[in-house]
Design a protein around this ligand. Sequence first.
Ligand code: GTR
Length: 499
Amino acid sequence: MSYCIFQTESGSLSLLFLERSLLIGFWFAGASFLSFLKKTYFRWILFKSGNERKINYSMLKYLSPILTICILMSINACKNMPEEETPAEWQPNYDETKVPNYDLPDLLTAASGDKIANTAQWEQQRRPEIIELFKEHVYGHIPAAGKDTLWWETTKEDANALGGTAIRKEIQCYFTEDREGPSMQLMVYQPKTAVEPVPAFLALNFFGNHSIHPDTSITMSDGWMMASEKIGIVDHKATEASRGARSSRWPIERIIERGYALAVIYCGDLDPDYDDGFQNGIQSLFYKEGQTAPAANEWGTIGAWSWGLSRGLDVLQQTPGIDGEKVSVFGHSRLGKTSLWAGALDERFALVISNNSGCGGAALSRRAFGEAVTRINTNFPHWFNTNFKKYNDKEGDLPVDQHQLLALIAPRPLYVASAEEDQWADPRGEFLSTVNTNPVYQLYGLDGLPTKEMPKVDEPVAATVGYHVRSGGHDVKPYDWEQYMDFADRHLRTRPIAD
Ligand code: GTR
């Protein structure tokens, strides 16, 4: 993967000079040709009228000053050229020895310089301050204005899903009074035999709710989708081939067997994942009179997705059979960045899981290892707010780093997972960020992550904070889910599951 940024090497400058001189030369040649045509035309008119006289070609005497001006202008254009004009390759750094030296912003020192010594100070002073910084500089503020209407209806229910072991519901959640307005579909699988409300995992998915299981009775999502032949997306629309195309990431039968519910939402219902200037997502519901795009410090797509997760939680908390106090928020990759932000903002989430979330998720930005801020902002300008772009190639200037995002989840349980081959997401940066949350967990008298050493591959470590680096690449595997469910068992279950 490579892309161009621009640099000012002298070689590139001479090339640019040549290019601009040629261009100006072409303009001049064009102008001379037009002037020649004009003269020939007049000559013909004069000839026809019998008044031909000697034409004065003295214009040629202007040629040399014009050429000189052209060359001077060209030199000047190159001198004044903004720094970003000469293309060069951007290369990710995968070399630990080239990771810049950095100091992480201190979790327990407030902006005022006050030392945070107890949970009250953390909760009343430092935590809100850090949230504010993330809103202002990274994920954006959620506009206060807007119609925050939410109502829902169950549009489909299958009481015998998964061979009779589960109930499956499709719940349409509307954000305006009418059904034609923007809405999202929450699909819930819950164990059929549970005798009491069960804990649930809530997550966004990339390709529609129907992509997580091949069951043909699941309503196919008709929204815009990212192009993917492999998943069966044609012209940005789901086709029958996309049914269950992502089922390997969602071991639903196993989740049900272990006594959990699974609730999913297609992220594109909230904001389709492309840069359209925020016309088609839920952001427009929040625009003030005359506003056409979020302000520089307002939310982007990740902000909108995380807002949607909280609306999903609103609904789940009122869904019979679900224990609304025990909902874990889960997300992979860009949706892992989202689950972290949702979990940080919405303390009703009982447990937070980030799977391979990388840059802008669990990984420390200051390491600039693998995907870096400039790259993510260039490829996905709509994910974060506009202010975040100020930190392209300037991670050290960020007033926050990602360990602070993770620490906002304390004292609730947090699990971060990396994958060994997913160097793009910087597994080491994800681990360091996770372990650096410990001071806040310790304020609560809790063990955060019980190790300072990065654990070996496939050897999970966990106390109130859990971490593993799985063998293999960027993906969600049954192995990951087993760790998440073990972790949730430890933290959310007070008694054994009834059969
Ligand atoms: C990559 C992006 C990552 C990650 C990933 C994903 O292209 O660079 O930050 O989010 O996509 O979401 O699968």
